[in-house]
Write a protein that binds this ligand. Structure first.
Ligand SMILES: CC(C)(COP(=O)(O)OP(=O)(O)OC[C@H]1O[C@@H](n2cnc3c(N)ncnc32)[C@H](O)[C@@H]1OP(=O)(O)O)[C@@H](O)C(=O)NCCC(=O)NCCS
Length: 175
């Protein structure tokens, strides 16, 4: 196992966008039909705000881009740059859960612990910023990872803002 990690920079965005597209297109196929995958492209994806905040991680496997994901101290729970209704409002760590956001593993690098590593990094960083819990909106593809890492379901949601209805699950973990 040669996983390494670093904070993403804006120079990473073109390569990260390709990774995100591959993850959405391939790894959601066991859970969603073609119309739902197309709809997913509207409601999820890279959020440049996290990269600018310095809260977005890149994981490399022997130097190759393997995955990405981050956490946030801002109100948006999920969504990419193109998604409607995002809010950059700052959360209050004494009252609000931090967010885990935009987790993607390249299809060539699944089940190597990339997602688990990024979650651990996010949780440690959120804890260091005095947050007491983390919350996320899971895709059906992400749910097994989050359950394996101690997240519990809060609310089932269907998001049809991209066209076809996409099932999602809001999940939470105390820190
Ligand atoms: C969700 C995702 C990031 C998981 O990435 P990953 O790097 O393969 O996850 P890990 O290797 O860290 O998995 C850790 C554990 O989670 C569970 N898990 C992860 N993927 C799983 C799957 N497809 N089926 C069953 N369990 C799974 C397992 O318990 C796994 O441990 P194990 O491999 O030792 O059995 C990846 O599948 C992905 O990019 N999906 C498409 C994009 C997406 O929907 N992202 C989530 C947005 S909320």
């Amino acid at each position: 196992m040669q996983l390494t990690h670093r904070i993403a920079t804006t120079d990473d965005i073109p390569a990260l966008a390709r990774l995100v597209e591959a993850a959405i297109a391939e790894l959601q196929r066991p859970f969603l039909d073609a119309a739902q995958i197309e709809s997913s492209r509207t409601i999820m994806g890279l959020d440049r705000q996290l990269i600018e905040d310095g809260t977005y991680f890149v994981v490399e496997d022997a130097g190759n881009l393997a995955g990405c994901g981050g956490w946030s101290m801002r109100a948006t729970l999920y969504g990419g740059d193109q998604s409607p209704g995002r809010s950059a409002a700052l959360l209050d760590p004494t009252r609000d859960p931090a967010r885990v956001r935009a987790m993607y593993t390249h299809p060539d690098h699944v089940r190597k612990g990339v997602g688990r590593l990024i979650l651990a990094l996010c949780e440690a960083a959120a804890r260091a910023h005095d947050f007491r819990a983390v919350e996320l909106m899971a895709t059906m593809s992400g749910e097994p990872l989050y359950r394996a890492c101690g997240y519990v379901p809060c609310e089932r949601v269907v998001d049809d803002r991209g066209g076809a209805p996409v099932p999602l699950l809001r999940m939470r973990k105390p820190l």
